[in-house]
Design a protein. Sequence first.
Length: 608
Amino acid sequence: MKKVILYSAIALATSVGMSSCGDDFLKLDPAGSVSEGTLMTEEGIDWVLTGAYASLNGMTQTGWMGYASMANYVFGDVMGADANKGSIANDQTDFTQLETYSFNSSNGYISGKWNGIYEAVKRCNNVISMVNRYGGNLANADQIIGQAQFIKAAWMFDGIKNFGAAIPYVTVEDYEASTDPQVTNVDESGNYIYIWDKVEADLKDAINKLPATWPAGQSGRATSWMAKAVLAKLYLFWSSPYNGNNGSGANHWGDAKTLLQDIINNGVDAKGNKYKLIEKYGDLFDANAPDCDWGGEGVFDVQLTISGTQTNTNAPVSNPAIGPQGLGGWGFYQPTYDFVQNFIVDANGLPLSAVDYRAQPVLSKVKAGTADEVVTDLTVAVDPRLDFAIGRFGVPFMDYGTPMKTGGWVRDPTNGGLYMNKKYLPKKSDKGGTAVQTASVSSAKNLHLIRYADILLMYAECLIHDGNYDEAVSYINQVRKRAANDFIPADNTTVGAYTLDDKVNGTSKAGTAGNYRIGLYPASGNTEATATAALRAERRIELSLEGHRWYDLCRWGVASAELNDYVAYENNFFGTKFQTYGGYVMLPIPFTEITYAKGRIAQNADWK
């Protein structure tokens, strides 16, 4: 059985069953198809609600590659220049098209994403409809509706991030009227109908209906604090410039700032733990760390646990790169050269500009005179978070040993490069001594959708907008300061004496796997330009490979410039693999949806 729960408040189920650590309400025995009438009980409605929760783990995806999941590694990371598709060139051609910016509205991954979003919305509308029609005395009706509204709003926000804000919004009444709701995204004059306000309304209603915490055994459910966090992020996107084609640019900065400040000052998770940065960055990606689950950092997390015989169905990012020591994988999801170089720091432990890090010698390359031996320059000072997110040759890869040759680690270096993703892969010790995870990339690590570091950085962004540059940098420095607490230690295969040059506390720590250096930005004298540069660099490093990057570039209105510079650099390693980025800030609405709608749905402005 696969065990999946949504940490800090949301619980997930699979189609075959579910249980979780103490969250008894999640248990759902395997069952065949049943009629709605059979489920029209309090227990049955809760089962249907569990099915809505299940969508948050991408269970509704139409393929096994995870492109429908809220992890958004395909779009946020690969399209955002932080990861290559990996594998081999002719494997998953729809994925290759997204990676190389050569896709169109017929791309299968894009269709799968669209279908996943609206399948989830259907499940949520079904829950609300059943509660409204339930003939008994449903004492917790508001709480059930609030949970469904939250999940629906989270998915519709995901739809906005991927397809723009002019997408159909399916109401409960629309759902009840037809099994295939004929909802339009344009008015009678052909003007786009933007749905920002509709998602806002759902989240506000969910905040009013949901509790701040849940009693023991119920802590997997949604809370008002989670809804506030998603609403704050919605406001940030709604207020951002994009390129004029998304109904955005509204002034909700003050609304976002108020919510974020409330979360920082008063927010708690479903068990009542105060939100905070946990002590060690690496513990966020260690299933066995004591504060990984309920340490206070998870605001909107999916926590995955494993029991029984498991293959690849519990992997947050589906089938990721590498297959060392029986870990499994097909070679997908490899960090780009550009992304790795971005972790190089200056003498003060601060990130270099893109121009400067691209001018540095590449950190890893195949050793001259060999076919597969890789040499990594570990003397170059890098941010210590690099080796928690990325697997580098010459650096211990969790408890699998230290990779030195490409064989067994990288499927095709000429297509995906020389780096491996790491955050969401399981340790060997996670498998235990049983058949669990045999030849599997399944993981018990949390899938972070919004964590407290993201809250602090979004608040810093609001402060920059208000002109409070030094205060904004103080919040950015809170996140950077934590990075000094952790590093990858050397093992007996590591060559050389390396240290963590901790400029935060003025100390040096020996025995590290590479030369790490971390420092803080100046506390005073910051300008809009310096604070903005610090904010954007920190989001890329701190939230690396967590599905954010492309969406950030789009909402900031810099996607075209940033990604075309990336293409020019990355093509140094892959010939002319990458095409010119087209300047769009949203994916095209799938061609099939436009065709089937027969005029009800208009293509978005970026792809007309």
